[in-house]
Design a protein around this ligand. Structure first.
Ligand SMILES: [Zn+2]
Length: 334
């Protein structure tokens, strides 16, 4: 199969992203060849590009883009159930479902995870295990950009399972970036009353449109905040420490964002012990949560698509990454 002018974005090192011609092969057994409709750029990609590597994605060069949607243009032998022309969202990982972690239903901790990148491209091959266990048809009427939010939302839904929120209960979300917005929306949908905390006035305004009943500048917040749940959704040491500091006695603090490898946080042991705090954390998503996230996007997509603040062409990606533009999410279309 020859595809004219196929291209993809490859990370060669810190800050070095190149759009390169690529000859996508015919899909092998179990694989799918997609024509990418849209992929999303957010904090994780910025982090990976700045650092030049990622603990789970490997060492450069590797293709970038792990949140996206596309149309099937060719199907390898198997997998059952996929047809040319179907619009799908492939997850960016698939667990083995056989190792000790998978058998404990902790598939995000799979010892043999298949990871998948390369959606900043005109075309991409979906690995067989992902095509079989973690790829989903786009719900009827949902646009590709919004469908691609499934990865981020799946991470939030998995973590939210650890953080019960009751009707009318207050909750604090530290961070008004994409993950903070999804948390704000999900907790609000579950009946919570969310206070979002972010130093950026634009982020605070945005949080209100995702359901936050109040949005505060951390410089003007007095600890503790009277809420049984504090969620950290930034991924810095400062944000983790702030989230813990804001917790009232008995609160659950969910530390969601991933600070740089090797980070250490300082916790006031009196606060943790005498105030009986519970600290929890969550990583990544599961096929169950990925499917649920895409279903929620099918039902509520328009409410969430507002976080995709701009759309750029694939060839514009390197220049965009080098700029200091900071949209919540950016759609990249080939
Ligand atoms: Zn496994």
């Amino acid at each position: 199969m020859t595809i004219e002018r196929a291209r993809r974005a490859t990370l060669h090192g810190a800050g070095d992203v190149r759009i390169e011609p690529w000859g996508p092969p015919a899909p092998g057994p179990g694989e799918l060849l997609l024509e990418v409709e849209a992929a999303l750029l957010g904090g994780t990609v910025r982090k990976v590009v700045a650092r030049g590597h990622h603990a789970r994605m490997g060492t450069p060069p590797f293709p970038l883009g792990h949140e996206g949607a596309g149309r099937i243009v060719a199907v390898g032998d198997g997998p059952e159930g996929w047809d040319v022309g179907t619009r799908v969202v492939p997850a960016n990982s698939a667990p083995c479902l056989q190792c000790a972690a998978c058998r404990r239903a902790m598939t995000a901790q799979c010892e043999d995870m298949v990871w998948f990148n390369g959606l900043f491209a005109t075309h991409v091959i979906v690995p067989a295990r992902i095509a079989t266990h973690n790829t989903y048809a786009v719900p009827e009427g949902l646009d590709a950009r919004t469908a691609a939010l499934a990865e981020n939302l799946a991470c939030v839904l998995k973590a939210k399972d650890k953080t019960p929120v009751r009707l009318g209960q207050p909750a604090v979300v530290v961070g008004g970036g994409p993950m903070g917005l999804l948390w704000t929306w999900a907790l609000t949908l579950a009946g919570g009353r969310v206070t979002c905390i972010d130093p950026d006035p634009h982020a605070r305004e945005r949080a209100a449109t995702f359901g936050a009943t109040s949005a505060l500048d951390p410089a003007h917040v007095e600890a503790p905040i009277d809420a049984p749940l504090v969620v950290e959704a930034v991924g810095t040491v400062e944000a983790w420490e702030l989230a813990i500091r804001l917790a009232r006695p008995g609160a659950i603090v969910h530390l969601f964002g991933g600070p740089p490898t090797g980070s250490r946080v300082a916790v006031d042991t009196d606060h943790l012990h005498y105030d009986e705090l519970t600290l929890t954390a969550s990583f990544h998503h599961t096929p169950f949560h990925f499917a649920a996230a895409l279903g929620q996007l099918g039902a509520h997509g328009p409410a969430l698509s507002g976080m995709i603040e701009t759309t750029i062409g694939l060839d514009e990606l390197p220049a965009y990454l080098a700029s200091d533009a900071r949209h919540a999410k950016v759609a990249v279309v080939p």
